[in-house]
Design a protein around this ligand. Structure first.
Ligand code: SF4
Length: 336
């Protein structure tokens, strides 16, 4: 186990400040995420140097569409999560500590992760599969080494990290995709086990930094798929984060404790995309489903296709030096 960071002693408890739960952890117990333990008056991470899996993906799969499009990313994660989403697609690993299930993990040092990224020509490392905030000590050690090796760092996050955590990762984090799962506080409290306002606050904080930001909403039938809710989400993204923040609308498939909920229809997703565009967002995408041309980047000025994608793969890239090749309009993003 690795001595944890961002905690303080409070009588016989330890309060963890990594995420917005601010767990008060008694001796011998873990916080909500199940991977940070109070042992003899100090807090330890149970997941440093242990991964549940490593993959090489196109960066579009994270999804990040405006950050080095077409590049490869080394992805890895650990066990545990500070959320308990009833629709989690990675629940076998994310909810394992909470549910007392044993999961096989592989020992791998930050140095070995960097070497793997280099071996596979990955321009970035993504801290993903489960919430990276909860393995911050491990992630930070990797991020510092990655920076030294000119490899970019990406978080795929639920946005529930604390302000202090953001302060620690900001110097090393190049891009983040944050889930905005709903605009309904009840959805967050009942289905996710968190508070909407914490996620909104994190999003606003990140938008003020130099970290590249994209936002994703998974649309679940009957839970968060009303036109009003999509309008509220899109309006928040535009007004608080920026009209040129890429927004991903993702299809839900029955899973975990929502195995009885149907998949999102193409019709609902196409309508949601129209609502987001009508609200004024410049770059809106539909993913996790095959809908023709729904992943393309359209130039906001001349309306021509500047990046043509199909199932996360780039078919055509007409962005030259951050500008549309056809009309010269700036395409917001981090391009070669
Ligand atoms: S990281 Fe884990 S222990 Fe720390 S506050 Fe969040 S849920 Fe609690």
């Amino acid at each position: 186990m690795k001595k944890a960071i961002l905690w303080e002693k409070k009588n016989s408890f330890i309060q963890c400040h990594l995420c917005r739960h601010s767990c008060m952890i008694p001796e011998g117990k873990t916080g909500i995420c199940g991977v940070r333990i109070n042992k003899e008056g100090a807090l330890y991470s149970k997941v440093w140097g242990k991964t549940t899996g490593i993959g090489i993906d196109p960066i579009e799969k994270k999804p990040l569409f405006h950050f080095y499009p077409g590049s490869s990313v080394l992805s890895f994660g650990t066990v545990g999560c500070n959320f308990r989403c009833m629709f989690c697609q990675n629940y076998t690993t994310s909810q394992a500590p909470r549910e007392g299930r044993y999961i096989e993990q592989e020992d791998i040092t930050p140095e070995e992760i960097i070497e793997l990224a280099k071996k596979h020509d990955c321009q970035s490392i993504a801290y993903t599969y489960n919430e990276p905030t909860i393995f911050l000590e491990y992630a930070l050690d990797c991020m510092k080494l990655a920076k030294k090796n000119n490899i970019k760092n990406i978080f795929v996050s639920n946005g529930y990290f604390s302000k202090q955590t953001l302060g620690l990762i900001e110097p090393y984090l190049d891009a983040v995709n944050i889930d905005l799962k709903s605009f309904n506080p009840e959805f967050y409290s009942k289905i996710v086990g968190a508070k909407l306002e914490g996620v909104l606050d994190s999003l606003k904080l990140v938008a003020k930094t130099k970290i590249w930001l994209e936002v994703t909403t998974l649309v679940i039938p009957g839970k968060n798929d009303s036109p009003e809710e999509m309008k509220s989400i899109a309006s928040f993204v535009k007004e608080e984060l920026g009209e040129d923040v890429p927004f991903h609308i993702s299809a839900f498939f029955p899973c975990y404790k929502m195995a009885d909920v149907p998949s999102t229809s193409a019709e609902t997703l196409v309508k949601a995309k129209k609502i987001a565009i009508d609200e004024g967002l410049k770059y809106v995408y539909v993913g996790n489903i095959d809908i023709e041309r729904a992943e393309d980047t359209i130039c906001p000025r001349c309306k021509k296709t500047v990046i043509k994608r199909s199932r996360y793969l780039i078919e055509e890239n007409n962005v030259i030096g951050s500008k549309c090749r056809f009309c010269g309009e700036k395409i917001n993003g981090v391009f070669e």
